[in-house]
Design a protein around this ligand. Structure first.
Ligand code: ANZ
Ligand code: ZN
Length: 809
């Protein structure tokens, strides 16, 4: 009898699929609806690791399912190929980034084929292709024309090691996300994207998206909209009589205005005051210069001992005329709000810590709704009901906030104000391996956009592409390329030498898949309309803010300019977990815990690896790669193979027929929900039932079973479909089988099974099953069996019709 030899089967089918153009997507197929299922295109780092398999081969099951469901599915792939890592790797290896990147793309493409996915390789896009980045530059020009891309002098994050500017989103805990160096602040002129112009829209539209809750919350917090009030306080400064100077504070809690006992300004603001003539004591000056040396991040940290100094000045309360001391405190940030705060120690933790340290007054003005006065030894920071607040006593926080906001406005000393944490996106990079910003700098005309007809501005070939210490981009060294005529006045001018952050490249790549070779447009509007918005986007949770936010910004802007019809680019989004090394640590070359998929594929075949990755854990969870279980999946595929080596049965066995129909519904539902681990276990249950019933399946049953398995194990199923069942077309072009609901109505029930009190699976058992039968079925379920391996069942708790709990140790 023949044996299962994945190494032979898989290569063969990959070739057949390629020649038959099985996954080459047409823009229109009669009677079919289009669906783009998108995965985040990889960065060509060298070779694929298990994480790539997890990211691409599992969504492939989902894509295949929708194709069988009768949709015209596009499952595209490309390469996000510019960027710092390529440049750093090339410097290390002493080769050119282009050589390095292209080698990697070639190698990884081969590896991608080995996964047996339905990637449409006829639509591959690569961001380093001039035919692609011409359009990245074109988009920049369009944004620039709308004042959404602009140049400004700002404080930027500077990585001293990578010698380039970083976006706020690329700074993690004060360090460079890539190299870990402590990030410095520098005042530099940079190209920026006005993401803040879309702050409201980017928050408001989130509610309509079928996205993970955590991702939506992350975006909301990143944009950080808060409604509050600004208040201008008149200052009484020793030696001055006119109270003419003022300071403005920003608060999210105007309802606490009567509880303010002091004001605190940031060291940055104190410095500004000194720059315009305030001459405080030596102690204050000393304090300010020391405080300015500390990093904002350290200053902010909760629980950190608060430092500060009194200025000697007082602020006049706008409603009570009370005099309140003005302090300088390093917990107040110069870059947020107005750089000054009204402090309410009774209701704000940081103000409380500060007031405790310096023995400042506290005044309670909010009490819990319906509650008694709150003990002043702790801070009541929730909204509640006002007390000690004159005319506002008895009002709720939200009522009072609105009333006080209006009162301040009427008095002309401030009023309601919306603020955002979001800052504009700094997109300039002083590095070589990126898209040149298509601008010409002319001493007479300023920053002149390159005319569209001159796009692309090609990246000049440079031997010495290393970053310079002076902060100037290496492109400045391409002297021939640099010198050009000004498109406006014809005078001598120079090209812009900064390149773009690679997040610009990836903000629109999915659009290019719809028309990857178009020379006249970034994509034909009809093709765009046929495929976008993206129906499902699957990727890593690390993109919760940056990539997803930038892509949304691009889409919103392109929509407003009339280039795309949709506003939100990705209708649905699912995040996958990450695959850790066998040691439970994040897989990385430096840790030496990388599992090479090629080796595993050579031994077990791609189908086994795919299914094993799916079986490991819920997709959004990920987990450590544990090779122990892989044999179980391999054995399963062997059993399937062997089943089809025997002749088919004439008559169906009823339990098997019922199980097949139930599985058709269950697996369809699970694939739809991207619950891939339960799909695998359902298929394993099915083969158990088939073997138990001692049947080799009837012909229609054989077809049905292969259809159910096809999205997960594409090679083996086509081998059996075309090889054994002698079908003329691929199993992957079959419709997803329908099921007969009547067959599902059983005198059977779903019984949750716990192992040591934890839910490990749900089994289907006859309603009247006794304890022994329930236990037998439970341990035959692969999801549950996993947890009973190598242990002994000590006790069984069985509540008929309700629950089975196995106590093991
Ligand atoms: C009075 C108050 C009373 C506040 C209270 C809070 C609670 P979010 O929500 O993050 O916007 N704040 C304002 N500017 C600041 C700065 N530059 N550095 C440090 N803290 C600053 O927070 C806004 C709140 O943070 C503001 O509201 C202010 O404290 C503080 F019961 O004002 B609040
Ligand atoms: Zn000019």
């Amino acid at each position: 009898m023949a044996t299962y030899q994945p190494s032979k089967i898989e290569k063969k089918w990959q070739k057949v699929w390629a020649t038959k153009k099985l996954s080459v997507t047409r823009d229109r197929v009669k009677g079919k609806e289009n669906k783009m299922i998108l995965v985040e295109f990889p960065y060509p780092s060298g070779n694929l690791h298990m994480g790539h398999w997890y990211s691409f081969a599992l969504p492939d099951m989902y894509a295949r399912y929708w194709r069988m469901r009768g949709y015209n599915v596009m499952y595209p792939i490309g390469f996000d190929a510019f960027g710092l890592p390529a440049e750093n790797a090339a410097i290390q290896r002493n080769i050119h980034p282009e050589t390095w990147t292209k080698q990697n793309i070639a190698y990884m493409t081969k590896q991608l084929v080995s996964m047996g996915t339905m990637f449409d390789f006829s639509r591959v896009v690569s961001t380093i292709d001039p035919a692609y980045y011409a359009w990245t530059q074109w988009m920049f020009l369009k944004l620039h024309a709308r004042d959404l891309a602009y140049r400004a002098k700002t404080m930027v994050n500077w990585c001293p090691k990578d010698k380039t500017v970083l976006a706020n989103e690329q700074v993690v805990d004060g360090s460079c996300e890539r190299c870990g160096a402590v990030v410095q602040q520098k005042l530099l002129e940079q190209w920026m994207m006005r993401t803040t112009a879309y702050a409201d829209q980017l928050i408001d539209q989130l509610t309509d998206l079928d996205w993970p809750h955590a991702t939506r919350v992350a975006q909301q917090n990143w944009i950080g909209r808060s409604d509050g009030a600004t208040i201008r306080w008149r200052l009484r400064i020793p030696g001055q009589t006119d109270d003419a100077h003022t300071v403005e504070t920003f608060t999210t809690r105007p309802d606490t205005l009567f509880g303010v006992t002091f004001l605190a300004i940031s060291p940055e603001l104190a410095k500004k005051w000194m720059d315009v003539g305030w001459a405080p004591s030596a102690e204050v000056k000393n304090y300010v210069s020391r405080a300015l040396g500390r990093r904002e991040l350290d200053r902010m940290e909760a629980g950190k001992e608060k430092t500060g100094v009194a200025t000697g000045a007082h602020a006049i309360h706008p409603l009570t005329s009370e005099l309140l001391p003005v302090w300088i405190g390093d917990y107040v940030l110069g870059s947020y709000g107005t750089g000054a705060i009204m402090a309410v120690p009774a209701h704000d933790n940081r103000d409380f810590e500060f007031a405790s340290t310096f023995h400042l007054a506290m005044k309670q003005v909010i009490v819990p709704v319906g509650g008694a006065h709150h003990d002043l030894s702790s801070v009541f920071s929730d909204p509640g009901v006002l007390v000690n607040s004159g005319p506002y006593n008895g009002r709720t926080s939200s009522e009072a906030a609105a009333m006080i906001g209006k009162k301040l406005h009427d008095l002309g000393v401030g009023g309601p104000k919306r603020t955002y944490k979001l800052r504009d996106w700094v997109l300039s990079r002083q590095r070589y391996w990126g898209v040149p910003i298509p601008v010409i700098n002319c001493s007479a005309c300023g920053h002149v956009p390159v005319p569209e007809k001159d796009l692309p501005v090609k990246l000049p070939p440079l031997k010495d592409f290393k970053p310079a210490d002076d902060g100037r981009s290496p492109l400045a060294k391409a002297t021939k390329w640099l010198k050009v005529k000004c498109p406006k006045c014809g005078g001598a001018a120079e090209r812009e030498t900064d390149t773009m952050d690679t997040f610009v490249d990836s903000s629109w790549y999915y659009l290019r898949y719809t028309d990857p070779t178009n020379k006249k447009k970034f994509a034909d509007p009809k093709k765009l309309a046929a495929w976008t918005p993206v129906s499902m986007y699957i990727g890593g949770a690390e993109h919760n803010t940056m990539h997803l936010l930038y892509s949304r910004f691009f889409a919103h802007a392109l929509h407003d300019m009339g280039y795309v019809r949709f506003i939100e680019p990705f209708t649905s989004r699912r995040n996958h977990g990450i695959i850790l090394g066998p040691d439970g640590q994040k897989m990385s070359k430096s840790r030496g815990n990388v599992v090479d998929p090629d080796k595993e594929v050579a031994q077990f075949g791609a189908d086994t690896i795919r299914m094993y990755l799916a079986f490991m854990s819920p997709y959004e969870q990920g987990g450590p790669w544990d090779p122990k279980g892989i044999n179980g999946v391999y054995r399963f595929l062997n059993r399937v193979f062997n089943l089809y080596q025997k002749p088919a049965d004439k008559n169906p066995v009823t339990v098997v027929e019922r199980a097949l129909h139930a599985a058709t519904k269950k697996i369809g539902d699970d694939l739809n929900a991207m619950s891939l681990n339960t799909c695998v276990s359902e298929l394993m249950k099915l083969i158990n039932i088939i073997e138990e019933a001692n049947t080799t399946l009837t012909k229609p049953q054989r077809e049905r079973f292969l259809c159910l398995l096809a999205p997960l194990a594409p090679h083996l199923t086509d081998e059996l479909w075309q090889g054994v069942l002698k079908k003329k077309t691929s199993v992957h072009l079959q419709p997803w089988p329908s099921y007969t609901p009547a067959l599902l109505v059983l005198d059977e029930i779903q019984m949750p099974v716990q192992v040591n009190g934890k839910l490990r699976g749900v089994i289907t058992i006859p309603a009247k099953a006794g304890q022994d039968e329930a236990q037998r079925r439970a341990v035959a379920d692969p999801m549950i069996a996993k947890h009973c391996e190598g242990v002994t069942i000590r006790k069984i708790i069985y509540i008929p019709g309700r629950l089975l709990n196995l106590v093991v140790s």
